[in-house]
Design a protein around this ligand. Sequence first.
Ligand code: COA
Length: 162
Amino acid sequence: MSWKSENMELRVITAKGIAVKIRNFEMPDIRRVMEIEEQSFLDGDAELYLELYEEWREGFLVAEKEDRVIGFVVMVLPPEGEGRVFALAVDSRYRGEGVGRTLLKAAFSVLRKIKIGYVLLEVRVSNVVAQRLYKSMGFVEIGFVPFYYKDGEGAIVMRKVL
Ligand SMILES: CC(C)(COP(=O)(O)OP(=O)(O)OC[C@H]1O[C@@H](n2cnc3c(N)ncnc32)[C@H](O)[C@@H]1OP(=O)(O)O)[C@@H](O)C(=O)NCCC(=O)NCCS
């Protein structure tokens, strides 16, 4: 699927008062993305992230603080016409400062711009922090997939109308 390329660059003060820049992922960011990913115990690897970037560049955003990447969100566009959050993570030193929420808001604005009507995601049953964030942003639980993750944990499927 190819969409007209449109670069994002937003300077935002998060609700918790930290100044971040939200912009599109660029290749040299992969090292920081993988460092954050490893702290966050997500299931991705660099090859997969770069493949998703090639597939839909506008769907991969990073948050930067003082020229350092401190978080990222990766979305995919399945053929069914919805958006899907593939991964979201914030450097553990910067969690709880509103960066995750800011990344999601920026991601949803990208989806709205191309007239996507709703967004789906999967979240680990044990990840109550992320579930709280998603619920506070209007996501509702719509299903459960047992053994979804490599380590056998199940996933709650959540959906939000944009
Ligand atoms: C989930 C994650 C991305 C949230 O990012 P963040 O920048 O820390 O989140 P924010 O500061 O924007 O907080 C947003 C909301 O998340 C929830 N939250 C954040 N930290 C929390 C904590 N320690 N305990 C409980 N809820 C918490 C709250 O609902 C918070 O809203 P509030 O501040 O209005 O109460 C981050 O914790 C992370 O990277 N976790 C590891 C990777 C991960 O789990 N990704 C999601 C996979 S589905």
